[in-house]
Design a protein around this ligand. Structure first.
Ligand code: NAD
Length: 258
């Protein structure tokens, strides 16, 4: 499993499982199956309502806590210093773990500075290993970094070959921030794109695999969601082959072709 070293020294598995919209009662089974297949990174959020299932799946799979990367995100209703600290306590209780690997502010809110100071304290206490943001723009990031001196380890934004947000990716790189792609398959729609199908046929892989491989070779951290065990295995196959420059360029050009 390839890893990306974040600006705080922690190494995140570059490929994982996203559990947005996975019903709470199905989450433990799905996470367990993914871990048995070899996944080592799960992306959840307080707002997804399925953290308890993630923790249960981890215990059911019998994989050591330190071998799995768990990201969760602060709910919009828990911004502010004290509320963020309490919300993290609740996440840890639901997950049944003593720390999360990565804690993100899910999206900008009214009290981001106080919230970010709470994240700094939680990291110092060791209850959160890495801290980051999601859906933040450059100005919001700069404000927090400037006022606290703490540069987020990641910014999780919607990136896919149709909307790669190259300018934002460049800014992140300059700042030492790792870009995480949410919605990497454009919620599944890119698997029927003619370019994805053509490249897939050329290299003997599936459209989902070539799109996910594009993310990995562009240095992005990716965690596609699927509730289907066959697709979980298919998607993980993105980690074990290489796309040529020509194929990467063909996928880059999807941004110009609807
Ligand atoms: P995605 O691009 O991963 O698409 C998921 C959909 O693609 C699935 O529901 C399924 O229908 C389809 N799919 C998956 N594998 C496939 C395959 N092999 N072949 C064909 N179709 C396939 O979109 P997503 O789930 O929205 O995003 C991934 C993760 O990103 C989420 O689960 C969540 O963890 C995270 N996310 C974060 C935010 C945020 O605001 N930070 C927002 C949305 C999602």
């Amino acid at each position: 499993m390839p890893r990306v070293t974040l600006n705080d020294g922690h190494a995140i598995p570059q490929f994982g499982l996203g559990v947005y919209h996975v019903p709470p009662e199905e989450t433990a089974n799905l996470v367990r199956t993914a871990l048995e297949l070899g996944y080592r990174h799960v992306d959840t959020a307080q707002g997804y309502g399925n953290e308890a299932g993630v923790g249960q799946g981890l215990r059911d799979a019998g994989v050591a806590r330190e071998d799995v990367w768990i990201t969760t995100k602060l709910d919009d209703g828990s911004h502010g210093y004290d509320a963020a600290c309490r919300a993290l306590d609740e996440s840890l209780r639901r997950l049944g773990t003593e720390y999360v690997d990565l804690f993100l502010i899910h999206r900008p809110g009214e009290h981001d500075l106080e919230t970010w100071r709470a994240f700094e304290a939680l990291q110092a206490e060791g209850r959160v290993r890495s801290v980051g943001l999601s859906n933040f723009g450059r100005r919001g990031i700069e404000r927090l970094a400037h006022r606290t001196g703490l540069v987020p380890a990641v910014n999780q934004i919607r990136v896919n070959p149709r909307t790669p947000h190259q300018g934002r990716q460049r800014y992140h790189r300059r700042r030492g921030i790792t870009t995480e792609s949410w919605g990497p398959l454009r919620e599944g729609r890119l698997t029927s794109h003619p370019t994805a199908r053509r490249v897939a046929a050329r290299v003997g892989r599936t459209p989902a695999q070539v799109i996910l491989r594009w993310h990995l070779q562009r240095g992005l951290v990716v965690f596609p969601k699927s509730a289907d065990p066959a697709r979980l295995a298919e998607n993980l196959g993105a980690t074990d082959f290489e796309l040529s420059r020509r194929d990467m360029t063909a996928i880059d050009l999807m941004r110009r072709r609807p």
